[in-house]
Design a protein around this ligand. Sequence first.
Ligand code: ZN
Length: 198
Amino acid sequence: MSNYPIIAYNFCPQCGKPLVRAEIAKQTYSHCPDCSFVHWGEFSLGVGGIVWHEDKVLLVRRAQNPGKGNWTIPGGFVDQRERIAEAIVRELQEETGLETEPVSLIALRDRPGNKHDLYMIFLLRYIGGELQPELEEVSDIGFFTIEECRALPIAHLSLSVIEASQTQISGFIPKNGVQLIGEKSVLYQASTPINLHN
Ligand SMILES: [Zn+2]
């Protein structure tokens, strides 16, 4: 485990009582002596989407920092109340105007730090719509061949997952019909078996 400090809050955000420090599983956390609140840390969930259409892939040019002027796959942050697949479809629609349908989850970028930042990359099926950049976030937009992508100022992560998605792609597929707790629960399951005994 890396040693990033967890922000120490002084007061309970649920009931307002002063928080105390306690050791839980050899790590120190702030918790409330009066209610169940424990400050486990800061986390953020992001999603990105790869959309191929007629052998070209969808990219957006960032209008804001970080990475202003760079091309990336479209995406954004997951709302606490939505499924990750709902988030990427919504973000794609908002940023690009396109209608898409999630196929599978093909990559994760895990980055612990002052905030633990998890970024999940979906492969999506192009359905339709008109390219319409959301100008606050996106200064330009388009579909590009892989050769054109390589010639652009493009985020390394975007190019890496685009290249990986050109060949066979399986990834994690949302599985229907599994009994899970919580109406929003979805199980993503590997679509091909992995042999650990060869
Ligand atoms: Zn409390």
